[in-house]
Design a protein around this ligand. Structure first.
Ligand code: FE2
Length: 224
């Protein structure tokens, strides 16, 4: 197998009070871990065994006969990104490159928060909310059930689980309260910054700035 067993990047209690220990325990052990175990059982001994997780998702999505396996693989991937989209004492305005890109795309942190919250809250049924990199800019979108933007050619930067098992113990049916807790108290912008850096986003801008002479102390054109 070329796919690692899921791992939590923090302890189950570390996201309290935004997400309770019980929610994380059930979520990790009874949902993601079950998907991983079923994936392993279906892949072991087949020609799919050498594939890594992203390759497995792309190959099985193209074959309707393999969609049960696709759903398990996508759920393992989606949850891996979800755990890493949060960290203790996270949340608040984005920092670094993702902060620059969010302001460029949405105008302000407040507008981004409104758009992300509205999109995630309005999604019907189970699924995922995403911040992705698409064609040189940021996009907010949702997918249903186990759907993952990987198969559309998007690069997922952050994932938020919208299945009720992610929030029902803590917020009952108030999904928007859960989305707000994610944005205000949990979101890990460094995960998005690492993904943008791997894509080379921002390096051209920095190179261009380095080539421009320093701005005079007064007057002169301002850099954008
Ligand atoms: Fe989940």
């Amino acid at each position: 197998m070329n796919i690692d067993a899921p791992a939590m990047p923090y302890n189950f209690v570390d996201l309290e009070p935004a997400i309770s220990r019980d929610t994380l325990v059930f979520h990790f052990l009874r949902h993601q871990r079950v998907c991983f175990d079923r994936l392993v059982a279906m892949v072991r001994g087949t020609e799919l065994e050498p594939l890594d997780l992203v390759e497995l998702i792309r190959v099985t999505e193209r074959n309707p006969a393999q969609h049960a396996l696709y759903r398990y693989a996508a759920e393992v991937y989606n949850h891996n990104l979800y755990w890493n989209s949060m960290h203790p004492r996270g949340g608040g305005p984005a920092t670094g490159l993702i902060g620059e890109q969010l302001r460029e795309r949405f105008g302000s942190h407040e507008r981004f928060v409104r758009e992300f919250t509205d999109t995630a809250s309005a999604h019907f049924g189970s699924g995922w909310a995403w911040l992705v990199w698409r064609a040189g800019t940021l996009e907010i979108l949702t997918t249903s059930n186990a759907g993952t933007p990987l198969v559309r050619g998007d690069v997922p930067l952050l994932a938020l689980d919208l299945w009720e098992h992610a929030y029902y113990l803590d917020h009952q049916n108030r999904r928007s309260a859960y989305v707000t807790a994610f944005l205000d108290e949990l979101v890990n912008w460094e995960t998005a910054n690492r993904a943008l850096a791997e894509l080379g986003v921002g390096s051209e801008t920095r190179a261009a700035r380095a080539r421009v002479p320093a701005e005079p102390l007064s007057g002169g054109l301002r850099m954008p």
